[in-house]
Design a protein around this ligand. Structure first.
Ligand code: UFG
Length: 343
């Protein structure tokens, strides 16, 4: 079985991708420092796939430790690099943490990959690189703009690093997937998102409110230029997103495409915050306590993806509806409560 190193493989998108890799016949090797993930994710993965997946507790900025993993595992054929910090607000308060972890880990990883002649990489990028886009939907040709947070800037810088490496004549072949808004959880409810503290993302805040952990959801503004005044996003089921990584790996291993390619990964549908709330309520039958509050600083008014390039080149297609994604997020939230209740 082909070994794929998955950094951040115990995290939210990483754990779902590990499951899809196993199901597609790969041997994922997880590298994670558990700074923003839990060992319980490994148990969840094992419960879904029916066996343990190898995991090395390593910080990806630590080249020496990474080197040991590559030495031990020997025949790694490709890497999916998820390991990164992702809280926009925290990145404004602590930019150096973000530059060190997000940029430092990519540089360390690329150096070690080069030493071990591993030259296939899938990188986690974000639609944040498009800033406030001038036209919608955004294609991969839509201009990348100045980032409006240090977090966003790390994604932009990492894409630039990959561009420079590609231009250097390196043998590296990489694919940067620009994620829109990942939501939901595995249908088994054995893995899902585990936000640290108060969630800043919409869907975990919705599920935590619905289950009684938070009193009320505040919708950040209803005076935007959108049909109901609330922000528009492209919410993509995390399992569909995970599958995009498997097809990206396949493309790299088949030596198809350019030395560096960018793909939008979303559904192609724009959804307002109010529509997302309604989808949650209709999918679960649970009424949500929410109010309209002021705008949140830094929010992009509207963004959604054109996914034609990913469909064409990767055969990427989403299969889950927004309601299914919301239902899976809810089932996961309920299962978390049940597992805490048992302790
Ligand atoms: N929202 C609320 N109330 C909340 C939380 C969110 O109304 O309590 C709204 C936001 O204003 C936004 C939408 O829900 O309109 C989605 O917000 P998220 O925080 O879930 O996601 P963002 O689109 O702000 O951020 C996501 C990723 C970032 C990435 C960014 C790029 O989480 O990592 O997209 O646009 F940088």
């Amino acid at each position: 079985m082909k070994k794929i190193l998955v950094t951040g493989g115990a995290g939210y998108i990483g754990s779902h991708t590990v499951v899809e890799l196993v199901e597609a016949g790969y041997e994922p090797i997880i590298v994670d420092n558990f700074s923003n993930s839990e060992e319980s994710a490994l148990e969840g993965i094992a419960a879904i796939v029916g066996r343990n997946v190898t995991c090395h507790r390593v910080d990806c900025t630590d080249s020496k430790a990474l080197r040991e993993v590559f030495e031990k595992e020997q025949d790694i054929v490709g890497v999916i690099h998820f390991a990164a910090n992702k809280a926009v607000g925290e990145s404004v308060e602590n930019p150096l943490k973000y530059y060190h972890n997000n940029v430092g880990s990519l540089v360390a990883l690329l150096q070690v990959m080069e030493e071990f002649k591993v030259n296939k990489l899938v990188f986690s990028s974000s639609c944040t690189v498009y800033g406030v886009p001038e036209s919608l939907p955004v294609t991969e040709e839509t201009p990348v703009q100045k980032a409006n947070s240090p977090y966003g800037n790390t994604k932009k810088i990492c894409e630039e690093i990959l561009t420079d490496v590609a231009a250097s004549g390196s043998t590296l072949k990489s694919i940067a997937l620009r994620y829109f808004n990942p939501i939901g959880a595995h249908p088994s409810a054995k893995i899902g998102e585990l936000p640290l503290g108060v969630p800043s993302n919409l869907v975990p805040f919705i599920t935590q409110t619905a289950i009684g952990m938070r009193e009320q959801l505040t919708i950040f503004g209803n005076d935007y230029d959108t049909p109901d005044g609330t922000n528009i996003r492209d919410y993509v089921h995390v399992v569909d997103l995970a599958k995009a990584h498997v097809v990206a790996v396949e493309r790299l291993l088949e030596e198809k495409g350019e030395s560096l390619e960018f793909f939008n990964i979303g559904t192609g549908n724009g959804t307002t915050v109010l529509e997302a709330v309604k989808a949650f309520e209709s999918a679960t039958g649970v009424k949500l306590n929410y109010k309209i509050g002021p705008r949140r600083a830094g929010d992009v008014p509207k963004i959604y993806a054109d996914v034609a390039k990913a469909t064409e080149a990767l055969g990427f297609k989403t299969t889950s509806t927004l309601e299914e994604a919301m239902k899976s997020a809810w089932d996961w939230q309920v299962s978390l409560k049940e597992s805490t209740a048992k302790v």
